[in-house]
Write a protein that binds this ligand. Structure first.
Ligand SMILES: NC(=O)c1ccc[n+]([C@@H]2O[C@H](COP(=O)([O-])OP(=O)(O)OC[C@H]3O[C@@H](n4cnc5c(N)ncnc54)[C@H](OP(=O)(O)O)[C@@H]3O)[C@@H](O)[C@H]2O)c1
Length: 327
């Protein structure tokens, strides 16, 4: 995969650390802003990236890449992804896919028309522990309840309280606890149970953005609660799945899923599972993206897009029914 990366922030710098182990990835270009030119050049030198641009149009004209990794603030995903697809490039978009459901549907339509790859970079869907959890889920019988908590006090919350609003807390830029952290819980739950019948969100709102919140997903025969917080935290970052024959406890936040334990209904430990293939949470998803691009596996892309669409539907329902106005 000949990759162009858009963005030079936190996630790009984290992602670049695994690229030495991505054998089918060539770092063809990195695209950012003028104000970050020094960072872009430093990353170019450190990771031997072929070219640096501060204009995506220039990169499209001058560099030869087949895939674009969109890793900019949420409200910019749609525009960059659309331009990339219109120029015949595959797209890997950071989560959340887009801010608005209609934007997601538009990208999907273009990708299908042009037979291009369009996928969301959402770590948990690719982690071995998650794939194994799916296989073993029937051991605990019918799922009655899921409780998932991803809370991480953000250093950017201190800035927010001091009046400096960074994109992750900016409603105009598609920020907030739901879009930033709770979205992992939504992917986790929707990946297991599918699209819910209905959802409702109880947010803590400061300066028009949800700094934390509790999301309820109703599946009729099962119920799930997803908690996401950027304004508070606790040592307990776990997900609990309760079935009529047992339970599963997932250790660690739902973007990493460090391990999980299976219990019978008498609370006896049956199995501990710790099968992630690589310490870095992003590795397995990018190995799969390399394969998808190499084999032009549009069938897998269609499955992944259906999953992302169900997640985006949840986001749409929340935004339509709450006071939070994003974008
Ligand atoms: N941080 C994480 O751990 C994490 C994890 C998973 C996913 N993500 C997702 O990754 C995305 C980026 O998050 P982040 O934490 O990396 O944010 P970040 O640290 O704020 O970085 C955003 C980057 O986008 C660049 N950018 C802004 N506007 C741009 C434009 N018009 N053209 C090109 N580049 C532009 C910024 O450049 P300037 O600094 O010059 O503005 C910066 O390099 C978000 O969608 C987030 O949900 C983040």
């Amino acid at each position: 995969m000949k990759l162009a990366i858009i963005g030079s922030g936190k996630i790009v710098q984290d992602f670049l650390t695994i690229t030495k182990d991505l054998k089918d990835t060539e770092l063809t270009a990195i695209i950012g802003t003028e104000r970050s030119i020094d960072v872009l050049k430093q990353l170019q030198a450190e990771y031997k990236i072929e070219s640096v641009y501060t204009d995506f149009g220039d990169a499209l004209d001058k560099s030869d890449f087949d895939t674009v990794y969109v890793a900019v603030p949420n409200f910019l995903h749609y525009g960059f992804a659309k331009k990339a697809l219109e120029n015949g490039k595959n797209v890997i978009s950071e989560k959340p896919f887009t801010v608005k459901y209609e934007e997601f549907l538009d990208l999907k339509k273009i990708a299908i028309e042009k037979k291009l790859i369009l996928v969301e970079a959402i770590t948990n869907q690719y982690l071995q522990n998650y794939l194994d959890l799916k296989d073993k889920l029937s051991q605990i019988g019918d799922i009655k309840l899921i409780e998932s908590n991803y809370s991480q006090y953000s250093s950017r919350y201190d800035a927010f309280e001091a009046g400096k609003i960074l994109p992750v807390f900016d409603p105009k830029k598609g920020g907030g606890a739901l879009m930033d952290l709770n979205i992992y819980n939504v992917h986790f739950i929707v990946g297991l149970l599918g699209k819910p019948q209905s959802v409702s969100y109880l947010p803590n709102i400061e300066r028009n953005i949800d700094t934390s919140g509790i999301l309820l997903l109703d599946y009729g025969v099962s119920k799930a609660v997803a908690i996401g917080a950027k304004d508070s935290t606790s040592p307990v970052g776990k997900t609990i799945l309760q079935g009529n024959k047992g339970s599963i406890i997932v250790n660690g936040p739902t973007n990493e899923m460090q391990s999980f334990d299976i219990y019978d209904k008498d609370k006896n430990l049956l199995e501990k599972v710790d099968h992630n293939l690589y310490p870095h949470r992003m590795y397995q998803e990018f190995v799969e993206f390399e394969r998808i691009v190499k084999e032009n596996d549009l069938q897998t892309v269609a499955q992944k897009l259906q999953h992302s669409e169900d997640v985006m539907w949840v986001v749409k329902e929340v935004l339509e029914s709450s006071k939070i106005k994003l974008g």
